[in-house]
Design a binder for this molecule. Structure first.
Ligand code: ADP
Length: 785
């Protein structure tokens, strides 16, 4: 009970302070038993109304439905609610309209009988008024839109339903008004892709979007046409801040745009026409100028025509070729130029005088007759390298001239002669000199008993002199072919000579060789030396390959005799040397037994010297054998790896001054003279030792390259100049003027090496850099198994 009382008190306190009216009417006469301040304010009454029946408390609303409603709730017991109810209430004695959201609720006692009605109300006047205002605005907007001459529409909701659109808008869109209340893109499907994003921007973001002169396609009588439109999309914002729709305003500016474009085009056209006009004006003036210049040319041609004769004379005057014009049968100089005056060594005073008066020396010379013939026959005469004498400073001078006499014909008769002359004296003289020189050479060749040969042109025509044929044992008048001549050379030399000649013709290098031949007529052996040089046309084809041969049989015989002598001496020296070596060895053995170190030293030195001498003598012996063809190559199949191993063992036992390194060698089978190849390697090794400082490294290798066994001996010695490299392998050749020349030797080692390798059809060569060292190589072909 107490709780109830307490709650009642609290409720009253809440009601008292409520901003909206709260009042209670009790009993059948609806006495106002409670009314809060808000009620009293709304009714415009004071507290005195408490205790009075409702209709008395506020008589102003008797005619309004409230007392009826009170009764209804009181009797039925069913509460009444209204979201918005109008109430006209007194304000300072005058009725004013208010709006309330309110409820009438029956209040029941413990027995469940209704004893009173509670009214709770909220003043919603302002809200209602505002809503009304919006509605009014909307309807104003609508009517405004409908009456507007400008195309306008309202699109509602996210589907952009056309809520309102005026006739100009439908006209612009090109769709019928049936599309009202339907989504705008149902009518304008083709614009959806481009325009929906724009509308979304307005609808969802509340932005305003506008464009000017935007070209948009709209249907016009079944076809799409472009209209240019200025338009804006504005959001329609509700009271709660949300966007409910979009106001579309559009102005069709197509005709303005088109007419402006037309104007622009017209302007452009005018501008172009103006430009063309300017151009054609320019062209006109150019044409005019051309016309003027054509006329000027015409005039000058006419003038030139008039001046023809003068010009003709002028031409004679300015010609670098000596020219003169004589008239009549007396050959009177009408015109003569500087060049001609120079030839005849006279001045221009000759004009008007006869040629024979001016140059009486010509009278008896052949040219005088020819000049007369030209005049009388009317034919042109050309004389080449005509020997003619002219008086120069009182002396007769001899010269050669190319002369032309060309008759001048006027109206069918010869009136004069045009003379031209070129002094070719120097040219003729130098040619004659060359001819003389050739003659001298011929004589020299003859006296030196040189035979000459030549191979001419791409067809390689072979020509030989009488002496050449004589050396080869042929009749001097006989035709001698290249092949026939070559057949006189022994086969091994023939192949070589032919190869060297062809190499020279293809490389353009000088040709120099020696070869034996057996004379055709008596079969006698002759040795010749042949040298030559090829010359080429500008397109690199052979012009001529000319040369001379010289019989060197006597020289060769001398050499032979010398070789035989060296061979004999070397051979004779070998026997005592062998004995000497033997004795030294015996003594060495003895000294070793008694540990006589002094004698051992001396005897070792003696042995070294004897060895050196033996090597030298062997070298000479080999040369003489080689020269007399007594060196025979005894080929056998063997493995280079074995030979290299032997050489290595021998080298390591004998050479202590240098570090000799043998690269590993894989089995390489060759067909060669094993001893001679060993000799070549030893020779290269001893040169490497000789021509490089002690304690440097010497490397020996044997590798396979392109089907060849390639042996190399590399040293870190003094090296060889490029100049010398070509000559190293020549007999008795030694490099002069460097440390090498101070080292003993006869220049036969490499000569022998080359000969041996050549006889194996192998190759021997060297690569070297001065001061850095040399690498000698030789290669032998590996037989195909
Ligand atoms: P020799 O050594 O008896 O003079 P060679 O025919 O063996 O004769 O050599 C000819 C020349 O080549 C030598 O005089 C020397 O100048 C040069 N020559 C040879 N081998 C080498 C080398 N490994 N380094 C530098 N020069 C060398």
């Amino acid at each position: 009970m107490e709780d109830t009382l307490e709650m009642q008190k609290q409720l009253l306190a809440i009601s008292d302070s409520s901003p909206g009216p709260v009042y209670v009417c009790a009993g059948e006469d609806f006495k106002v038993i409670y009314a809060n301040d808000a009620t009293l304010i709304a009714w415009d009454k004071d507290r005195s109304v408490i205790g009075k029946p409702f209709v008395e408390a506020i008589p102003e609303i008797v005619d309004q439905p409230y007392s009826g409603l009170l009764k209804q709730v009181y009797t039925t017991g069913i509460a009444f609610f209204s979201e918005q109810e109008r109430a006209d209430l007194p304000v300072n004695g005058v009725l004013q309209t208010f709006h309330y959201k309110f409820s009438y609720q029956p209040l029941k006692n413990n027995e469940g009988d209704i004893w009173a009605v509670l009214c709770v109300a909220t003043d919603v006047t302002e809200l209602v008024m505002a809503r009304k205002q919006v509605e009014l605005t909307n309807s104003n907007l609508r009517s405004m839109i409908m009456q507007s001459p400008v195309a306008m529409a309202i699109l509602i909701g996210a589907d952009y339903i056309i809520q309102v659109a005026n006739t100009p808008m439908f006209k612009l869109w090109g769709i019928p008004s049936e599309f009202l209340n339907r989504p705008v893109f149902e009518g304008l499907k083709h614009l959806k892709a481009n325009f929906e994003p724009l509308l979304d921007k307005v609808y969802y973001k509340g932005e305003t979007v506008s464009f000017e002169e935007l070209p948009i396609e709209f249907p016009r009588d079944g076809v799409f046409e472009t209209s240019f439109v200025n338009f804006s999309y504005q959001p329609i914002i509700e009271l709660d801040g949300s966007t409910s729709g979009i106001l579309v305003v559009a102005i069709d500016v197509t005709s303005q745009v088109l007419s402006r474009r037309k104007i622009e085009q017209a302007e452009l056209k005018t501008q172009r026409i103006n430009e063309e006009l300017t151009n054609s004006n320019e062209e006109l003036s150019v044409a005019n100028e051309e016309l003027v210049s054509v006329q000027a040319n015409l005039q000058s041609t006419i003038n030139k025509l008039h001046e023809s004769q003068t010009r003709f004379f002028g031409m004679i005057k300015s010609s670098p070729v000596a020219m003169a014009l004589t008239m009549g049968e007396d050959f009177i100089f009408e015109e003569i130029n500087e060049a001609m005056l120079e030839i005849i060594n006279r001045d221009s005073s000759v004009k008007g005088k006869s040629i024979f008066e001016v140059l009486p020396e010509l009278k008896e010379q052949p040219v005088a007759d020819i000049l007369r013939q030209a005049f009388y026959t009317g034919k042109e005469y050309k004389l080449l390298e005509e020997p003619t004498m002219l008086i120069h400073e009182g002396q007769l001078q001899f010269g050669y001239y190319n002369i032309t006499y060309k008759p001048v014909v006027e109206n069918g008769t010869v009136t004069g002669v045009m003379h031209s002359a070129v002094d070719v004296t120097e040219h003729v003289n130098s040619r004659k000199k060359a001819e003389d020189a050739e003659e001298d050479l011929r004589l020299a060749i003859e006296s030196a008993e040189l035979g000459t040969w030549s191979i001419e042109g791409p067809e390689r025509k072979f020509r030989t002199s009488a002496r050449f044929k004589e050396i080869f044992g042929f009749d001097p008048d006989e035709e001698l072919s290249y092949d026939k001549a070559m057949m006189q050379i022994p086969e091994d030399h023939r192949i070589r000579v032919d190869r060297e000649a062809n190499a020279s013709m293809s490389l353009g290098e000088p040709f120099s060789t020696e070869y034996p031949l057996s004379r055709f007529n008596d079969g006698k052996l002759r040795w010749v030396r042949s040298v030559g040089k090829p010359a080429f046309y500008s397109d690199d084809t052979l012009n001529t390959f000319t040369g001379v041969i010289h019989d060197i049989t006597e020289q060769k015989l001398d050499e032979q005799r010398k070789n035989d002598f060296i061979g004999m001496v070397s051979h004779e020296l070998k026997t005592p040397l062998t004995s000497m070596n033997g004795y030294i060895q015996i003594l060495h053995g003895k000294a070793a037994k008694t540990s006589d170190s002094f004698n051992i030293g001396i005897l070792e030195k003696a042995r070294n010297q004897v060895n050196k001498m033996t090597t030298m003598i062997n070298g000479f012996l080999n040369v003489s054998r080689l020269e007399s063809g007594k060196i025979h190559i005894n080929k056998q199949i063997f493995d280079m790896a074995d030979l290299m191993k032997e050489t290595e063992d021998e080298t390591l036992a004998t050479i202590s001054s240098h570090r000799v390194y043998f690269h590993p060698v894989i089995s390489t089978i060759v067909n060669a003279d094993r001893d001679k190849i060993g000799q070549v390697i030893n020779n290269l090794l001893s040169n490497a030792v000789k021509y490089s400082p002690s304690d440097t490294t010497i490397q020996v290798a044997c590798v396979t390259d392109n089907g060849n066994a390639v042996v190399s001996v590399r040293d870190e010695g003094i090296g060889i100049q490029i100049l010398d490299i070509d000559k190293l392998f020549r007999r008795y050749y030694r490099v002069e003027g460097n440390p090498a020349s101070a080292i003993g030797g006869f220049g036969i080692g490499l000569y022998l090496c080359e000969e041996i390798i050549n006889r194996h059809n192998g190759k021997i060569w060297v690569e070297s850099e001065i001061g850095k060292g040399s690498t000698f190589y030789f290669s032998l072909s590996i037989p195909i198994t």
